[in-house]
Write a protein that binds this ligand. Structure first.
Ligand code: ATP
Ligand code: MG
Length: 735
């Protein structure tokens, strides 16, 4: 029996200092995940890397068991208990999601990164009404995020002021500017809160009118007098001047009409006149709800400087423009000037610290390269150097430098991994030796045994140590690049910082009360295409069809307004027509909300119309990735060919090509290209050596030896090329 040696490798070492690009929202580097099981280590994900671009859809396509769900769960931090993350990083907003603690992960999960699972029933609680399931998390998360936003705003304004004072020495002036900025934001928030209240009452009023008309039409029992009273009261609460602006006269007229309206039912019907009044009310509310929101900061400024009259009777859009112009030219121009000085000051201070840190980083790398050190010393050193690194961060930078932010956690986890292996390797060797000896003894005695010796899991200590060294080493290289980068657009950074202040401030007023949560839920239900959401709101999951349940799950995912939506086979459990509708819905939401989507599926056909980029996964590896056009019109990996030819093609009677064989056992992944055994184009080397990802173009790469310059020329199979040709023609000859 051949001995199987399982050396777990962690290939962090050759990773070049990576820093997230601005158009990339999520980046996965060298992710490797295994599972401990009774029959050995399952290598579910093996050294995969990909990027998700902001506002784009990345499809991950592959057969069952290829590691798609394991990857997406790792991003959300919900990996199974028996999982081991052997190496890698998942970068999001300056953090490595593999290394942040559960509290921070909780804040991201659902809130900024949301996930939709395959089976909508399992994501819904059967005994809680749909409406409550949508609103519950909304209310809870809102509280924490408002407190957080206020804190963020104050902290950063304090840092900004301190830097501006340091740079200019003009303490009085800076304090006055900061105070004005703060006051303006508070006053803007007051305007916004009032506006939002009217907005909510207008929504409720509209809903109540709808319900009233609905009940009358269906000849249900209605207390029409009470209904009228309620409508009047609600309309009176839609009283914000900004909200009503431009429609004041019309609303007043309708108010009087409603006052005088006769709501007695004649032949179980409302009078034509009253119906008309109610319908007019609905349409004017619709009009206002769709209007552009006021520029609250601009309005607050004008009020603050007694110039409110300038925009008093102006329609909102014009007033927005003028107030922004005045705000910019009177206050912001000066505020920006000081902000820019503060940013430069903070940048230069941080630069100096970074420069001074270079020798310390080198010293740390040397320390960790040493032959021996105790865990205690290693951690103490990490603490010391991490504090210095943290101190070197430029806190006024809006784009977080992930390399720097994750330094401490990366270093600690590399140290932990190394010392864990130092402790476990000898134990594992011993266990393996003693089990083998026992087995051999029994065999020598002629006994048959019904158990297997579990494969040995030992870690390569040299590599693990190199991973520790790489952390300070990488940062040193990264800092060397930073300190010689003179090409910084400080005006752009100033704009961005002020923009982010304004955004944070408006988060403070995004108040979610039970009533507004209900309205949001109903709006979301409408957005995801649930008919009669007001009635559906009070129903239980079993009262919904499969497609509708999936829509509800999507509404829940959207309720926190996430940036990233991960869809793990969201349509597999649905029949074909419903599938198409859900795909269309996801596409629509992505566009409207500028979501970045990871779409997981085993069906290449599904992604043609929705993905921007595709990563093809096989046996835990990405074997090909590229844009949709790369993958559909110029596929290079034989596995991608196989996937393409197993797609049902409505235009031909050609037999469906099933992919021969089965995926490999991931406890013993094949040595070379995992697809070799099922691949009729496989070369000898495919069975021997793992092919690297060959770059075909800037966007396109594939891991197959067929792309090696010395490989024999293998043409794309004719059945694929003819399919591609047909696809091209169908799409109007698009390349
Ligand atoms: N907790 C676990 N313990 C052991 N093995 C696991 C565990 N979770 C996943 N695996 C294994 O990891 C591999 C990848 O699983 P994953 O769920 O990512 O597949 P998938 O690509 O999502 O497939 P599917 O299309 O069936 O959903 C499979 O071989 C699976 O059996
Ligand atoms: Mg899965």
């Amino acid at each position: 029996m051949s001995e199987i040696r399982n050396t777990v490798t962690s290939l962090d070492t050759n990773k070049k200092a990576s820093n997230q690009k601005e158009d990339t929202i999520l980046e996965v580097n060298n992710l490797t995940i295994s599972f401990r099981t009774n029959s050995g280590l399952v290598r579910a994900v093996r050294d995969i890397s990909f990027e998700l671009k902001r506002g784009k859809t990345l499809a991950i396509v592959g057969e069952s068991g290829s590691g798609k769900s394991v990857t997406s769960k790792a991003i959300l931090g919900i990996s199974a208990g028996n999982s081991i993350t052997d190496s890698g990083e998942i970068l999001y907003d300056g953090m490595d999601l593999l290394k942040i603690d559960e509290d921070d992960m909780y804040k991201l999960r659902g809130d900024r990164i949301a996930m939709i699972f395959q089976d909508p029933l399992s994501s819904l609680n059967p005994i809680i009404k749909i409406g409550k399931q949508i609103t519950e998390a909304m209310i809870l998360k809102n509280k924490t995020s408002r407190v957080q936003a206020k804190k963020d705003f104050n902290e950063r304004l304090a840092i900004l002021s301190a830097n501006a004072i340091e740079a200019t020495g003009e303490e009085e002036k800076v304090k006055e500017l900061a105070k004005t900025f703060d006051t303006l934001n508070i006053e803007a928030l007051q305007l916004e809160t009032k506006y939002n209240d009217s907005y909510t009452y207008a929504e409720e009023l509209k809903a109540d009118i709808e319900e009233f008309l609905f009940l009358v039409e269906k000849k249900q029992k209605v207390d029409t007098k009470a209904a009228k009273k309620n409508l009047k009261a609600k309309l009176a609460k839609v009283n914000d001047e900004l909200f009503r602006r431009g429609n004041e006269a019309e609303i007043k007229k309708l108010e009087t009409e409603l006052d005088n309206a006769d709501v007695t039912l004649v032949d179980e019907k409302l009078s034509e006149e009253t119906t008309k009044t109610l319908n007019s009310l609905t349409s004017i509310i619709d009009k206002i709800l769709a209007q552009t929101k006021p520029n609250f900061l601009g309005f607050a400024y004008l009020a603050h400087t007694s110039q409110a009259d300038k925009i008093k009777d102006m329609e909102i859009e014009k007033a927005n423009e003028l107030s922004e112009q005045i705000l910019q030219s009177e206050f912001l121009v000066e505020f920006k000037e000081y902000t820019k000085k503060a940013i430069i000051n903070s940048h230069e201070k941080s630069l100096e610290k970074k420069e001074n840190l270079l020798p310390a980083l080198k010293e740390a790398a040397d320390f960790y390269s040493a032959k021996e050190y105790t865990k205690k010393d290693a951690l103490a050193k990490a603490k010391e150097i991490s504090a210095l690194v943290k101190d070197s961060i430029d806190t006024l930078e809006t784009h977080k430098d992930s390399e720097v932010y994750t330094f401490g956690s990366s270093l600690n986890s590399a140290i932990e991994r190394y010392f864990k292996a130092v402790k476990n390797n000898p134990k594992e060797e011993k266990r393996y030796a003693s089990q083998t000896a026992k087995r051999d003894k029994l065999i020598a005695k002629g006994k048959t045994i019904d158990w297997k010796v579990l494969p040995k899991v030992v870690y390569d200590l040299d590599e693990l140590k190199a991973n520790i060294v790489a952390v300070p080493d990488d940062l040193k290289h990264h800092y060397q690049g930073v300190v010689t980068d003179y090409d910084i657009d400080f005006d752009k950074r100033t704009e961005k910082l002020i923009e982010s202040f304004r955004k944070t401030a408006s988060k403070v007023v995004e108040k979610v009360t039970p009533t507004t949560a209900r309205e949001t839920a109903i709006r979301l239900m409408e957005e995801v295409g649930i008919p009669e959401p007001r009635i559906r709101y009070n129903q239980y999951p079993f009262e919904f069809s499969g497609g509708m349940r999936q829509r509800i799950v999507i509404a829940i995912a959207l309720s926190a307004n996430p940036e990233i939506l991960i869809c793990d086979e969201p349509t597999t459990a649905l029949d074909v027509t419903i599938q198409a509708q859900i795909l269309e819905l996801i596409n629509k939401l992505k566009k409207e909300r500028n979501l970045s989507v990871i779409f997981i599926t085993h069906d290449l056909g599904v992604v043609a119309n929705m993905a921007d980029e595709i990563a093809v996964m096989y046996a835990g590896k990405i074997v090909e990735k590229g844009t949709v056009d790369d993958i559909f019109y110029d596929p290079r990996h034989p596995y991608t060919w196989a996937l393409l030819s197993s797609m049902p093609d409505l235009d031909t009677d050609e037999k469906l090509d099933a992919i021969p064989g089965t995926p490999p056992n991931m406890i013993y992944p094949p040595k070379g290209d995992a697809f070799a055994a099922r691949n009729k184009y496989a070369l000898e080397i495919d069975f021997e050596e793992q092919p690297p990802l060959f770059e075909i173009s800037e966007t396109h790469s594939a891991a197959t030896w067929l792309l090696h310059p010395n490989a024999p020329k293998v043409e794309t199979p004719a059945s694929i090329t003819s399919r591609i040709e047909r696809m091209r023609q169908k799409n109007g000859g698009a390349q």
